[in-house]
Design a binder for this molecule. Structure first.
Ligand code: 1GP
Length: 258
């Protein structure tokens, strides 16, 4: 984190009007590109962000489970120089906070069994975010176990597992997030998951909630992305595919925007 951050006296206001809903009203279904600062150089990240903007993606999420402050900050700066899309931090701890970003997903890992991901990391981050004036986007983050192989976020997040048949459990967590006043929920299968969130889960979540539903994890082709949208996803997130196959990434964005 930036070393000069002490106390909670704000240098700029970070009062946050709604972010997701107005963007949805303006542009329809959204696509966000997730960039992990630990997976490529800042220059390469900036190139991906520029491609994302050119093909119609709507925002750049920046974060990863191992990214440190310096990489996050340099990557965010390079992205801002190359691309006009809003940047939204998606941090796993305070190391993932950069003063260069426009927004931060203010996340609670709803189904974590570890107090650390429910409130402790947030308590460490709150004075920093206040000081830096980054706008917060409150989000209920729900990890679903879609695959036999545990994903990193499942393991590190120490989750109360939600299997794909646990629809009532998913909805109970999602409604809890909504009643806490979260601006959106994120149904997460985990980066690189073998299978994405099943469309049925997306559909039931959408039908039971009044807040936007973000869906991500394991989306690697246009058909899977389109299925999420047909099921009711308001925002689709892809990460790994833009590191591996930019042509496929562009097809996914076009399919979402179709
Ligand atoms: C991870 O949902 C995102 O938080 C993106 O997942 O890397 O599998 O696209 P992928």
């Amino acid at each position: 984190m930036p070393s000069e951050v002490v106390g909670v006296h704000s240098i700029r206001s970070n009062f946050s009007p709604m972010f997701i809903k107005p963007l949805l009203q303006e542009k329809g279904v959204l696509h966000f590109t997730l960039i992990d600062p630990d997976k490529q150089s800042p220059q390469k990240a900036a190139e991906v962000a520029a491609r994302a903007e050119a093909c119609g993606s709507d925002g750049i999420m920046i974060g990863g489970s191992t990214a440190g402050y310096d990489d996050t900050n340099r990557t965010t700066e390079a992205i801002k120089e190359n691309c006009k899309l809003p940047t939204i931090l998606f941090p796993s701890n305070t190391e993932g906070i950069s003063e260069k970003a426009d927004y931060i997903f203010w996340m609670m890992l709803m189904n974590s069994l570890n107090r650390r991901f429910l409130v402790e990391e947030q308590m460490k981050a709150a004075p920093i975010v206040k000081k830096l004036g980054i706008k917060t986007v409150p989000m209920g983050y729900i990890v679903v176990s879609t695959s036999e192989r545990q994903t990193t976020v499942e393991r590190v997040g120490n989750v109360d597992r939600i299997m794909t048949e646990d629809i009532d459990k998913l909805i109970a967590y999602a409604l809890t997030a909504q009643y806490y006043g979260m601006e959106c929920i994120y149904l997460e299968a985990g980066s690189g998951a073998d299978f994405p969130i099943p469309p049925k889960m997306v559909n039931v979540a959408k039908n039971n909630l009044d807040i936007p539903v973000i869906v991500g994890g394991g989306i690697r082709d246009p058909v899977t992305a389109r299925n999420a949208v047909s099921a009711g996803a308001d925002v689709v997130v892809t990460g790994t595919i833009s590191e591996k196959n930019l042509g496929m990434f562009e097809k996914i964005v076009l399919a979402i925007k179709d």
